[in-house]
Structure formats: C-alpha cells, structure tokens
Design a protein around this ligand. Structure first.
Ligand SMILES: [Zn+2]
Length: 119
C-alpha cells in the first residue's frame, strides 16, 4: 500500500514552473526593461501561474497548459500567458534548450480530461 506521507511536488510540475519562470524573465527583460528581477506585473502573473499548477488536477499527468482542456486561467491571465508564450517560447530554445525540448515533449501528451464531464 502507498504510504500516506505528503508527496513532494512532482518533477513534472517543478519543471513546468521553471519553464514559466524563465519565459516570464525573458519576456519581462525585453518588454519592461528589467534586469535580473522581474517587474511587479510579471511577478504577479508568475505567482498566479504557479498557483494554477499547484492546483492542477492532473499534476504529473498534465499536458502543457496551452493544450489543456480545462481552462483554469482567469481571462486576463490567459491573455498574458498567450503573449508571454508567443514571445518567449521560441527563445527558450536558445536560452534553455533542455527545458524547451521537455516542454515540446510534454505538449505531445494527450491532454487528459476530468472524466466527470462528458465531452
Ligand atoms: Zn515585466
């Protein structure tokens, strides 16, 4: 039987967070002229994205957020994530190739459904 110890965060989620963090940094640096530390708006966005990951019902089974069938982002945050991904996505290959490749692989996973909701 599985022991009832609090599970450390799955590495899939940790990696997703790292990917988002780098993407936000790239975006903020080039759009808001920050160096090293991201601006308040971007920090709020990052924290929001992290929170969504913490609460993601799929955890290590998740596809990438862009492919997910459950739209858990607030509309304004969803706009922001689209803009950030569009800008930083291709640049991730240059700056953080291994994270970028993982993200592509993760995105090829078929997005799971919650089951309860019949499509
Ligand atoms: Zn910013």
């Amino acid at each position: 039987m599985e022991p009832q110890i609090p599970k450390p965060q799955h590495k899939r989620i940790r990696r997703e967070k790292k990917t988002i963090e780098h993407m936000v940094e790239l975006y903020c640096k080039d759009h808001h002229g920050t160096h090293g530390e991201i601006c308040r708006e971007c920090r709020e966005f990052k924290e929001y994205a992290f929170l969504r990951l913490d609460k993601c019902p799929f955890q290590e089974k998740k596809s990438t957020c862009g492919k997910c069938l459950v739209h858990c982002y607030r509309p304004d945050m969803k706009e922001k994530v689209k803009i950030v991904m569009r800008y930083s996505g291709p640049r991730m290959l240059l700056h953080h190739p291994s994270l970028a490749l993982h993200h592509v692989w993760d995105g090829r996973r078929k997005p799971p459904t919650l089951g309860k909701k019949a499509a």
